[in-house]
Write a protein that binds this ligand. Structure first.
Ligand code: HEC
Ligand code: HEC
Ligand code: HEC
Ligand code: HEC
Ligand code: HEC
Length: 220
């Protein structure tokens, strides 16, 4: 009787088996890759080259965010300060200039090379985001970054996902605050004896706030 299958067909079960095994490996590898904090992102906390602490500089010393992130209310991107900004206190001011924790900062200033801070928050290229549009409309840093003023090392506190953006865009009154409280991370409406929803709704009306919920608002 003639063999109706070509000879190579004998290998077919092996190939299918191998194929499935490979897919298995990719699924596991993929899950590992995507579910470690960098990809779900909440909690992402890379080690930074200098042990700079927001808890110390903001929480204890009371510095304003704009001393260092000076473009946050003027541009789409907030800037990370250059070493010259740290220099104001640490070299010129002589604050802890010999502290071993400042070794990388000293080298950066003496050799004039930037510190390579690791970026933490990042939206994909196809998303349009603008800081100034938010902070000048009463959205506080704390709504999107959490209690930075208490962080020894910054981590991502919020998902920055599309669903998360839209949740606020659909109900901005839950998050709006007076403009002079945008940089005050401990402020909440209740502490000023106010009801957030009532105060927020009044600000929405006063400023005519209408955050985009259409696709082209954020994907331009
Ligand atoms: C003395 C300077 C200084 C001040 C003041 C300061 N920051 Fe920072 N900030 C830095 C430096 C340096 C980094 C980068 C290293 C790091 O992540 O800790 C940074 C990082 C950040 C990041 C993460 C950036 C990223 O890569 O995604 C956020 C968010 C942030 N700061 C928010 C704030 C807020 C909110 C305030 C005010 C409450 C503030 N900062 C005040 C210096 C400062
Ligand atoms: C307005 C002044 C000021 C500026 C600007 C400033 N610092 Fe400081 N920093 C201080 C003071 C004051 C201390 C010491 C607090 C203390 O006595 O414990 C300090 C302490 C530190 C320490 C040591 C912390 C420890 O645990 O020993 C590091 C590291 C540091 N700063 C990094 C930076 C970096 C990086 C920048 C720039 C992004 C910066 N600082 C900008 C005032 C400043
Ligand atoms: C409406 C939400 C929102 C608010 C309010 C907000 N941020 Fe951000 N922040 C983001 C997002 C989203 C990113 C990532 C930006 C990107 O990928 O372009 C980011 C990134 C940053 C970065 C890294 C540099 C950059 O621009 O990519 C710094 C620093 C920062 N924010 C500081 C601040 C400070 C300081 C405030 C308050 C004055 C603030 N942010 C308020 C959402 C916000
Ligand atoms: C906590 C509330 C809140 C969150 C979270 C938030 N937004 Fe907004 N967004 C606003 C408000 C308020 C405005 C101002 C609307 C106005 O001025 O009418 C705004 C305005 C905008 C605008 C229009 C500004 C312009 O320049 O045209 C864009 C685009 C935008 N947001 C994108 C985003 C993206 C992307 C995210 C998520 C990464 C995000 N927003 C998260 C509250 C928020
Ligand atoms: C308020 C801002 C905002 C609006 C409005 C918005 N998006 Fe998005 N979109 C985002 C952000 C932020 C991401 C990135 C999500 C991430 O990185 O997790 C995203 C991601 C996406 C993705 C990539 C797949 C994914 O889920 O990560 C698609 C597709 C998309 N959006 C389609 C749309 C469509 C279609 C609309 C209109 C119905 C829309 N978006 C409206 C902010 C927005």
């Amino acid at each position: 009787m003639a063999n109706i299958f070509p000879k190579s067909a004998n290998f077919l079960p092996i190939k299918i088996g191998l194929g499935l095994a490979c897919i298995g490996v990719f699924v596991v590898a993929g899950a590992w890759y995507y579910f470690t904090p960098k990809y779900t992102r909440v909690g992402y906390q890379p080690q930074q080259p200098v042990a700079y602490s927001h808890a110390l500089h903001v929480g204890q010393l009371g510095m304003d965010c704009r001393y260092c992130h000076s473009f946050v209310d003027q541009a789409a991107h907030a800037n990370i300060p250059n070493s010259q900004t740290c220099n104001n206190c640490h070299k010129q001011g002589g604050v802890q200039w010999d502290n071993p924790k400042l070794a990388v900062l000293r080298e950066s200033i003496e050799k004039n090379v930037p510190i390579r801070w690791k970026q933490i928050h990042q939206t994909p290229d196809y998303v349009y985001f603008n800081h100034s549009a938010h902070v000048n409309r009463g959205v506080g840093c704390v709504s999107c970054h959490g209690q930075i003023n208490e962080m020894e090392v910054v981590y991502e506190a919020k998902p920055l996902s599309m669903g998360w953006c839209l949740e606020c865009h659909r109900a901005p009154e839950k998050n709006l605050r007076p403009l002079d409280k945008v940089y005050d991370l401990n402020w909440i409406a209740a502490s000023a004896g106010k009801n957030q929803d009532k105060m927020g709704s009044a600000l929405v009306a006063e400023w005519n706030v209408r955050p985009p919920t259409n696709c082209s608002g954020c994907h331009r």
